[in-house]
Design a binder for this molecule. Structure first.
Ligand SMILES: Cc1cc2nc3c(=O)[nH]c(=O)nc-3n(C[C@H](O)[C@H](O)[C@H](O)COP(=O)(O)OP(=O)(O)OC[C@H]3O[C@@H](n4cnc5c(N)ncnc54)[C@H](O)[C@@H]3O)c2cc1C
Ligand SMILES: *[C@@H]1O[C@H](CO)[C@@H](O)[C@H](O)[C@H]1NC(C)=O
Ligand SMILES: *[C@@H]1O[C@H](CO)[C@@H](O)[C@H](O)[C@H]1NC(C)=O
Ligand SMILES: *[C@@H]1O[C@H](CO)[C@@H](O)[C@H](O)[C@H]1NC(C)=O
Ligand SMILES: CC(=O)N[C@H]1CO[C@H](CO)[C@@H](O)[C@@H]1O
Length: 415
């Protein structure tokens, strides 16, 4: 008998898990609070291992309209070249990776996942989950309706409610002291503008560009087949207001943006001025729970490990979580076996995802400062010497299968 799986949240991670668990032969029902009428978002990094997982789920990578990222280049605030921080090719060679590192509009990635999931899985929109009983596998919606499953996936993002079923309390989000302006500019507009056209020609549209000046930076990369430039302006927060409930949906304005980047060169300021629908996101986060699982509940993605954008890994980690679940819940898994399989999920993912999460709390050059904090959750953790090696070298499916086989060999003592 297939398992009945209830997924809370149809974001990147929830949809990925729904696809993986459905492909493993289970019945999946997804609850999503929104109606997806006004989807916002800017671009998101799809790291090579994540694009390999998407491919394995039968998703046509062309639908992501992604741009392949070849390097990370650093420039100063006046637009002078400083250094090439990394070249994708070097890592791909060293790690034996063939898959692309894609820069995709989040809406394009989300649509591709939705289309793939909707072929087999029911997604109920306007269905906000109020609470979850982890031991019983019961999900209660705000409208009062109650559903019972064999397995519940808490994929409800940064502002998760399902995490409470594990921690017992609501966790406050804390500001990191930094905020991010996010906006998109049509590349055609930049090409016909006398200030920005020469800059664009010089930097090219095949890399992630970091323009750094003092305590602030502009990070730019293309998406949607190179027709849109995505810009993130990471800077010290001027106000701690709104921190608690800050989200991708908060609006910013061009005046505040121009003021923040007043020391940057005219071409970069012009890219700020051309910003449409500028969002201002206070980089707030919360502690991870001590465990990703309890009873019949597994947390994944930002609900489990709220990941800030500094390493461009939030989306990829949530996709890896779903792939691990798909590998662990093999055909024929029984209702009785669910809690033990979830312990293997926690073992597969906790250490890796919490390490990436902690390393994403600060800009890369300052991430070593997170070691104490990381060790509160993973006692013997080390700061990865190289984040690309660490993140791109992960193999959640192989690890999950290895743990499963080891458990079965122990004569069923664990499974
Ligand atoms: C609107 C939006 C825009 C984003 N834009 C970007 C971006 O431009 N760049 C970037 O790098 N990252 C962006 N992110 C974050 C990024 O998608 C995540 O960090 C990453 O993909 C991890 O995904 P996730 O599935 O864990 O969480 P999310 O992608 O945040 O998805 C969580 C989902 O759960 C739903 N949900 C929440 N609470 C409930 C509830 N109680 N009941 C039912 N459903 C619920 C939410 O509506 C959402 O669809 C955005 C997230 C959102 C929600
Ligand atoms: C990337 O773009 C730059 C600038 O346009 C160009 O010099 C470089 O050759 C491009 N790299 C590749 C591999 O296309
Ligand atoms: C944040 O959201 C919670 C739940 O919706 C609400 O109770 C709280 O008052 C909000 N806080 C702020 C500062 O708006
Ligand atoms: C999940 O993993 C973490 C880190 O290894 C561990 O502390 C926690 O106890 C695990 N949870 C369960 C239920 O085993
Ligand atoms: C799931 C997946 O694609 N994992 C791969 C990630 O990258 C490492 C290193 O190249 C491979 O060994 C994994 O198989």
């Amino acid at each position: 008998m297939p398992l009945r799986v209830l997924v809370v949240g149809a974001g990147i991670g929830g949809l990925g898990a729904a696809i993986a668990l459905n492909q493993a032969g289970h019945d999946v029902l997804v609850f999503e609070q929104s109606r997806f009428l006004h989807e916002v978002g800017a671009a998101i990094h799809v790291a090579p291992n994540a694009s390999r997982i998407l491919h394995s789920w039968g998703i046509d990578l062309a639908a992501l309209q992604g741009v392949e990222c070849e390097a990370i280049k650093v420039w100063d605030a006046q637009g002078n070249f400083v250094s090439t921080a990394m070249e994708a090719q070097d890592y791909k060679k060293a790690l034996g990776i063939r898959e692309p590192w894609l820069l995709s509009h989040r809406v394009d990635l989300h649509n591709a996942l939705r289309a793939a999931a909707a072929r087999e899985v029911e997604i109920r929109l306007s269905s906000r989950v109020a609470s979850v009983d982890a031991e019983a596998g019961v999900v209660t919606l705000e409208d009062g309706s109650v559903y019972t499953g064999d397995l519940v996936i808490g994929a409800d993002g940064m502002h998760s409610r399902t995490v409470k079923a594990i921690t017992g309390t609501d966790q406050k989000k804390e500001s990191t002291g930094q905020s991010t302006y996010r906006w998109l500019v049509p590349v055609a507009k930049l090409r016909e503008n006398a200030l920005t056209a020469p800059l664009l020609d010089r930097i090219g549209l095949n890399a992630t560009h970091i323009f750094a000046g003092g305590d602030r930076r502009l990070v730019m990369y293309p998406c949607r087949s190179g027709t849109l430039l995505n810009v993130a302006g990471i800077h010290p927060s001027s106000t701690m207001a709104k921190t608690e409930n800050s989200s991708w949906l908060d609006s910013g304005n061009v005046d505040g943006l121009l003021d923040t980047y007043k020391e940057f060169c005219p071409a970069l300021r012009e890219i700020c001025r051309l910003g449409e629908d500028v969002r201002l996101w206070s980089l707030a986060s919360r502690q991870p729970p001590r465990s990703f699982v309890r009873g019949r509940l597994a947390l994944l993605g930002d609900a489990a490990h709220p990941t800030l954008p500094h390493q461009g890994q939030g989306g990829a980690q949530s996709i890896e979580d779903g792939a691990a679940l798909g590998a662990l819940f093999t055909v024929g898994t029984t209702r009785e076996e669910v809690p033990q399989r979830l312990e293997l999920y926690n073992e597969t993912r906790y250490r890796h995802a919490v390490t990436v999460m902690m390393m994403s709390q600060k800009p890369n050059e300052r991430r070593a400062e997170m070691i104490e904090e990381l060790r509160r959750y993973v006692a013997d953790a080390e700061v990865p010497s190289d984040m690309f090696r660490f993140a791109w070298g992960s193999d959640p499916v192989g690890k999950a299968r290895g743990l499963l086989t080891a458990g079965l060999l122990e004569g069923g003592s664990r499974l």
